[in-house]
Structures are given as C-alpha cells and as structure tokens.
Design a protein around this ligand. Structure first.
Ligand code: C2E
Ligand code: MG
Ligand code: MG
Length: 574
C-alpha cells in the first residue's frame, strides 16, 4: 500500500503548495502529468493563471479571493484543467493553511482530486431531482406545488391581456374503493390513463396531478367562465368513457369544481381554495356534477364553517332547544304522543332549522353528543309531564344515521332511559329508511336490541327514501310515518288516494301502526279517515310547540294513553 505521501507525490492525487496570495511554489508529478506541464511552467505563477483555462479563470479567481483571508478552516474549490489531449477534467481542490513558523512563511497546501466523473453523475442527479420536484412520477404530469406557482404567473399575464384563467379541479369519485378492490397496479394504470385523456382534451393547458385521485387544469387564453365550464364538460366526457385494463372494464365518475381568476380571486392560493370548496360541494350532490365557485357558495361554506365552530358550544350555552309536535289519535283526536324536534336558537342568526345543523353535527362527529342531549331533554320532559299527572304518551325522538351507526348507541339509549326514569315503551325512535338501508346488517341488530327492550321504532318519511319494502317484514319496527308528500293533492291522478291507500294497506298487513305526517287541513283528514291511518301529526293539530304550549294542548285535547299500566319503570336492560 502506498503511503499518503507517495500517493500525493507519485500517485493519483494532485498537490501544490501556494503562497498566501496563490502563487505556486511547488506542484507534484501527478498534477504536472495531468496538465502536461513541467515544474518551470507553473512555479512562480498564480495557480489559477497557470492551471485554469481562460474562460473560467475569473470565476475560480473570485472563489479563491473569497477564501484566501479565512485561514482557520479548509476550503473547497472546484476548477477545471485541460489535459494535453484537450480533455477537460474537473479538479476538486482542498486548500489547507500551513501556518507560518519562525522558519517558514504562511502557505496554502492544496490537494486536488479528479472528480470529473462524479460531477457528471452529480449533474445528472441534480437534473433528475429537479424533474422529480416538479413532476408526478406516476403520470409524468406536473405536481401540485409546481402547478400552484405556475398559476400565479398565468394569472398575472392573463390580467395584463384582459383574459381570465380558469382552474378546474377534478376528483375521481370513490377511487379509493376501486384501488382497494381492483388492486394498486390497476389503480395506477387508471390514473395514468386519466392523465393521458386530460392531456388529449387540453393539450395546450397546464395540467397537474394535484395529489391522489385529483387533477388540476389551468385553462388559459379565454375570456369567459362558460369556456372553462365547456372545457370541464369535455374532460368529464372523456374520463367517463370506459377503461379496459387487463381484460377488465372500468367506469370512472368525477366530481369537478372550477373557479376563475381574477373574478374569484387573483392569487393561486385563493383560487385553489375555492375550487376545493366547489369540489366538496360537488361531492355532496348525486351524479357527475360540475360546480362553479361563486361568492354565494363561498359565503354559504364560510357560514357553515362558522356554524360548525359555534355548534360545539351551543349545547352548553343552552341554545339547542327541543320543541314538541303533537300526534293525535285518528278516531278520538286525543294526544297519543309528541315528536321531539330540535331547534337552535342562535344569538345572532335566530332560529336555525334542524335540516341545517343536524347535517353539520353529523359531519363533525358532534351528532352523538347532540343526539344524546336531545334524547335526555325530551325524556326528562316526558317524565315531568307524567310527574304532573298526565298519563304516559309516546315521546318520539329522531335519530340520525350517524347516531345509529355509533357502536355505543344502544347502550347510550338504555343509559338515558335509566337516568330519566323512563319505561322503554314510552320511547319511540324515528329512523329514516336510508339510515336503516345504509348498513342493513348492523341496523337489524340494533333494531332487535331496541325491540327486545320494548322501545318502539318508527320508520320516518316512509316511502321517500331508499325503499326497504323487501325487508320491512324482517325489520323490528312498530310504526311507519307516511311522509307528507303522499297528502299532496294529485288532482290529475285517476285515484288521488291510490298511493296512500296502498301504503296504509301495506302497513296494516304487517301489523304496523301508521302515523300520517303533514296533516294540514280538513281535506287531508278526510282522505286519511277514509283510508284508515292510526295517528295524525301536522300543522292542523299543532305546530312544533314549546313545553308550555304543548302542556296547554294536552289539557285541550286530552291524552289517550296507549299503555295498559302507567307506572312501569324501566327494566334493567344492560
Ligand atoms: P321529520 O322527522 O320528518 O319531522 C317533521 C318535519 O315536518 C318537522 O320539521 C316539522 O316541523 C314538519 N312538519 C310537521 N307538520 C307539518 C305540516 O303539517 N306541514 C309541513 N309543511 N311541515 C310539517 P323540522 O322540525 O324542521 O324538522 C325537519 C327534520 O329535521 C325532521 O324531519 C328530522 O328529520 C330532522 N330533525 C329534527 N329534529 C331532529 C333531532 O332532534 N335529531 C335528528 N337526528 N334529526 C332531527
Ligand atoms: Mg321525524
Ligand atoms: Mg318525517
């Protein structure tokens, strides 16, 4: 093994000794051989004048000039040389200070390694890293980060030309489940093909993979929003036509949002935020929707976000209130139950409908707390009425699908029954057909546990949701609530009562109690009387009322208890 010294003098390492300003005092054989020099040619010259080709000499000189006064650390300088056969080699020099002694002045000792090969690799690597930082490796499209920065530039130049920039965000509907069921490879092929199709539609636009199953397209050279919408429709059409991969066919659906600059915002960040709002809205709609961002939409979403925040404290602040709507016996017109309906009395916005805040609660996971609060409130009120001497009647409480799907749902209900001293038979839970159909298997199980405990279950808005007719005889429900839609006057129908009659007959055949909703006038009552519904609920008898108002109504109509013994206390149900 050659020693370090031998390597330096005879071997593959170039060395030189230069004085404090860079004048060469000595150069080793390897260095001289590399450049085809002899010692006389280089000694006495500033090293970069002697060794470095003229075209880059200035740059190297400047670099050396920067380091030459900093003597307490080694310095790295890359400099090319030209070999005798005209090749350029890159030498990486490390300059280390040789401090002055009594006998020797200050010098730099420079060790040079030929790094030509590495530099090439490094440049290639840098080029590749550059490519990967701006591109998506799977589709070869630009990535989201680059897209965002390009959109800013596009907007600026469009504004100068009095044009607009349209940004389209395209989300592939339920791609995750395709990816999971068909496998990753097919998923990747589909995404690749989607990218190709978008390129075919909008070859001149900037297209990017925004992430996962989302693509963005910046439409330029246009003046109207309609042109962006047309582009979006065109892309959607292409994406919707079938895909054939490995002998299998696939169909993709899309959710598309679009927004335009400068109208919807003059910065890429704003535009991107707006298109994702639009896509979120598109996701809530059925079918392949294209949603354009608008100020109104933005405000609506903003309000929703604010409401979402405020809903958290609304329960504690006592803003969520329960009102009650009477249900009367079809024959005697006495009250047989009340439906608990939630209201949010918002300090700034006034009364907010449950059709607004229940979905928000469902989306944020607050629904369990909210649902339990409403259940507890209504059952406590039921107890107060009983304590005041009114015979027991049904307290009907609406349950959202999200509540039903919660693993502790049954347990929660039993716990509230116990703490409010309520006989399970007094409680009626209202579920919609869609809630039941969403997860038939677990819903069936939940319904069984509820029925076993004596709790009745009503199918709300019956006939309007996904029909679960085929399962109706297997589900443990006791009541169907006919939606008010069936009371609409259908003067053009041959028999305006046909649907009503059919549904009531169906319920009767299955021995179900039939509550008719939305009873608003005498005509409704006449029709229902004719067909034989059991219970009426609607504005004709009572609007949803406060506790005091309902109490007065109880006195006015009287209560007909549907329970044999009034004093039942909750059984142990755990
Ligand atoms: P729903 O359970 O079908 O409640 C009946 C809705 O119809 C109530 O609207 C009620 O005010 C209205 N209504 C009653 N009689 C008539 C009538 O004669 N004519 C007309 N046009 N409407 C009538 P509300 O209170 O706005 O509730 C809407 C929906 O919100 C409810 O529909 C229910 O699905 C949901 N909801 C209400 N409270 C709660 C709750 O505490 N929890 C859950 N999860 N959902 C609730
Ligand atoms: Mg209801
Ligand atoms: Mg209903």
């Amino acid at each position: 093994m050659p020693s370090g010294y031998e390597q330096e003098v005879h071997g593959e390492v170039a060395t030189m000794i230069v004085d404090e300003v860079g004048v060469i005092e000595h150069a080793n054989e390897h260095l001289l051989r590399l450049g085809g020099w002899d010692l006389k040619m280089v000694v006495g010259k500033v090293w970069y004048d002697a060794l470095v080709p003229t075209n880059v000499r200035m740059t190297v000189a400047q670099r050396f000039g920067l380091i030459v006064n900093v003597r307490n650390e080694p310095h790295y300088v890359e400099a090319p040389i030209i070999t005798p056969n005209g090749q350029q080699r890159i030498i990486a020099w490390t300059f280390t200070a040789q401090h002055e002694t009594d006998h020797e002045p200050f010098r730099w000792r420079a060790v040079g390694i030929d790094v030509t090969h590495w530099i090439k690799e490094r440049d290639l690597l840098v080029a590749r890293i550059d490519y990967e930082t701006v591109h998506d490796p799977l589709t070869g499209l630009m990535n989201g980060v680059t897209f965002r920065s390009m959109v800013d530039t596009l907007i600026r130049s469009a504004i100068e030309r009095e044009e607009i920039v349209g940004v389209i965000l395209l989300n592939i509907d339920r791609f995750r489940s395709i990816d999971e069921t068909a496998g990753r490879e097919i998923g990747d092929s589909l995404l690749f093909e989607v990218a190709q199709r978008i390129k075919r539609c909008r070859g001149n636009d900037i297209i990017a993979r925004w992430g996962g199953d989302e693509f963005t397209i910046a439409v330029t050279g246009i003046r109207t929003k309609e042109e962006v919408e047309a582009a979006a429709r065109h892309i959607a059409e292409h994406i919707h036509s079938p895909y054939h991969i490995d002998g299998r066919s696939f169909h993709l659906h899309t959710r598309i949002g679009l927004s335009v600059a400068p109208h919807d915002g003059a910065r890429a960040d704003d535009l991107m935020q707006h298109v994702s709002v639009a896509v979120d809205v598109a996701k809530t709609l059925r079918g392949d929707h294209i949603v354009s961002f608008s100020e109104a939409l933005g405000r609506q979403i903003e309000e929703q976000v604010v409401l979402e925040q405020e809903l958290h404290g609304a329960i504690e602040r006592g803003e969520i209130v329960v009102v009650y709507q009477a249900q009367v016996d079809a024959v005697t017109r006495e009250i047989v139950g009340v439906e608990a309906l939630a209201r949010w009395f918002h300090p700034r916005l006034g009364e907010i409908s449950p059709t607004v805040f229940i979905p928000i609660a469902e989306g944020t996971g607050l629904i369990r707390t909210l649902g339990l609060h409403i259940l507890r409130e209504s059952l406590l009120q039921g107890k107060r009425w009983r304590d005041q001497g009114y015979p027991p009647f049904h307290i009907a409480v609406n349950i959202s699908p999200r509540q039903l799907g919660h693993p502790t749902f049954v347990h929660d209900v039993f716990a509230v029954l116990a703490t409010t001293d309520t006989d399970p038979r007094f409680l009626e839970l209202e579920l919609t057909e869609s809630a039941v159909m969403e997860d038939m298997e677990s819903a069936t199980e939940v319904l069984q546990s509820l029925a076993k405990a004596g709790i009745s279950v009503a199918l709300d808005d019956f006939g309007t949701g996904y029909s679960c007719l085929a399962y109706l005889d297997q589900l443990q429900v006791s009541t169907i609530k006919l939606d008010r839609i069936f009371l609409r006057s259908t003067s053009h129908a041959k028999d305006p009562n046909a649907l009503l009659r059919g549904l009531i007959a169906l319920g009767k055949a299955l021995d179900l109690r039939i509550v008719a909703e939305g009873v608003e006038n005498e005509e409704h009552i006449a029709r229902l009387d004719h067909e034989g519904a059991d219970v009426y609920q609607g504005f004709f008898f009572s609007r949803p009322l406060t506790v005091d108002e309902v109490t007065r109504l109880l006195d006015q109509y009287g209560v007909k208890s549907e329970f044999d013994e009034h004093t039942g206390s909750p059984e142990s149900v755990d």
